[in-house]
Design a protein around this ligand. Structure first.
Ligand code: NDP
Length: 406
């Protein structure tokens, strides 16, 4: 029987997921794209029809409302819900999936709008309810989290007996021509970047000030770039699932101009997430800033350059020390030509589609709440190769270690 797929969220990532599901419509069957603003869904549906001649349905939904979600799920009866709205909606969408007995997938962990804190606690707590309904939730099926977790699982499976250290390296070398803009939802992006840094070593979390630790990493096909240590959510699940791990860190590249803008905005209070009074109205400075900044979905046609995201792992194989770098390079302009989105949305949306494809095709099956690295990485890694995100591995003999970290 033909499947039904519901995608929630019609931003930059939702656009890519909708395109990619439509390109794999043998698996995804009847596709519905729902978001708060239905006109955004309609524009995406129109572009998909014009570009690849596949029709998808659209719907309006406020995903903060469990009752609205349940009503929509009962009307559509999807086999899977792909959540690419904002992290604030993760719990309501999970709860509606539990109520209706539908598999769930997302790309970012739950955050409360009033506290910039990323943790899986509340999503993991729903494991029992997913098990009781014999359904599954796949958490973090984007790029980071997502592909980076699977790069670690793949390294563990094929290259190491034990992995001792992992550095996740996220380099976006794209240029959109604006003095300041974010490549995905501004609020989520700026909350992540302005928070304290954190990494895990010898069983403990070590906290740093925002942007306190900088290293220069040499990214293949991009070059040496300043890379700053941030906390990133995939570390929380990877420390549970990678054998023998002693340290894990996450680095992201930022230009000097981006950091200067961010510092100024922070200094004047524009990154605040608490309500303030302005001329008798309540506003949240960060939300107001989001309104002023370019919509990330509009950056696609003006962005040039590449992304290079990978994991640099060191450990032991057959008693010998070993190091590898597994990475993926995407070109912003090529992504735009294919699906009318820049590479940051593309590298998130394609893995979301692949995770859902493996669930619908029953190649990944389970009951409960899972982080992506708990599944066999091989089928996902094969799909990446053919769905637009080919990856490479450099190991001891091909990797010049002195070049990598300075
Ligand atoms: P955008 O801001 O471009 O899009 C978010 C979409 O969600 C918008 O269409 C918005 O609707 C919709 N939305 C917001 N609130 C609601 C609601 N209450 N009900 C229904 N829809 C709602 O974000 P992105 O596309 O850039 O990011 C999407 C997700 O992907 C985010 O969770 C982000 O954290 C995650 N992400 C994950 C990455 C990874 O590698 N794992 C990397 C990048 C992003 P509307 O505009 O119609 O009001």
């Amino acid at each position: 029987m033909s499947k039904k797929t519901l995608i929630i969220g019609a931003g930059g990532v939702g656009n890519v997921v909708a395109f990619k599901c439509a390109m794999n419509s043998n698996t995804f069957g009847e596709i519905t794209l729902a978001s708060r603003t239905v006109s955004k869904c309609d524009t995406i549906a129109k572009n998909i029809k014009e570009k690849i001649d596949i029709s998808i349905n659209t719907a309006s939904i406020d995903a903060d409302s469990i009752s609205q979600l349940i009503e929509l799920f009962e009307e559509i009866k999807p086999n899977i819900v792909i959540n690419v709205a904002l992290p604030y909606q993760d719990l309501t969408i999970m709860d509606a999936c539990i109520a209706c007995g539908i598999d769930y997938l997302d790309t970012a962990n739950y955050e409360h709008p009033d506290t910039a804190k990323f943790e899986y606690k509340e999503q993991w707590a729903r494991d029992k309810e997913f098990k009781e309904k014999s359904i599954m939730a796949l958490l973090g099926s984007g790029f980071d989290p997502g592909v980076t977790n699977l790069f670690c699982a793949y390294a563990q499976k094929h290259y190491f007996d034990e992995i001792h250290t992992i550095d996740i390296l996220d380099c976006n070398d794209g240029d959109h021509g604006y003095p300041f803009a974010t490549n995905f939802n501004p609020e989520i992006n700026l909350r992540e970047v302005s928070a304290n840094g954190r990494y895990w070593e010898n069983g403990e979390w070590i906290e740093t000030n925002p942007m306190e630790i900088m290293q220069v990493w040499d990214y293949p096909e991009v070059g040496k770039r300043d890379s700053y240590l941030l906390y990133h959510e995939e570390m929380e699940s990877l420390i549970k699932h990678i054998k023998g791990l002693k340290r894990i860190r996450f680095f992201m590249t930022f230009s000097k101009s981006y950091l200067n803008h961010m510092k100024c905005l922070e200094n004047v209070g524009m990154l605040g997430i608490k309500e303030i009074e302005h001329k008798g109205m309540k506003i949240v400075p960060m939300e107001f800033l989001s309104t002023l900044l370019p919509d990330p979905a509009s950056l696609g046609e003006r962005t040039t350059g590449k992304t290079n995201i990978g994991i640099y792992a060191k450990g032991i194989k057959d008693g010998q020390e070993k190091s590898i770098y597994i990475y993926q390079i995407s070109d912003h302009e090529a992504c735009y030509r294919e699906v009318m989105s820049q590479a940051v949305s593309y590298t998130t949306g394609v893995p979301a589609m692949i995770g859902a494809k493996l669930i619908l095709e029953k190649r990944w099956q389970g009951e409960g709440v899972f982080n992506i690295e708990e599944f066999d990485p091989d089928p996902f890694m094969e799909e990446l190769m053919v769905q637009g995100l080919p990856w490479k591995v450099l190991s001891n003999d091909t990797l010049n270690l002195n070049k990598c970290s300075i």
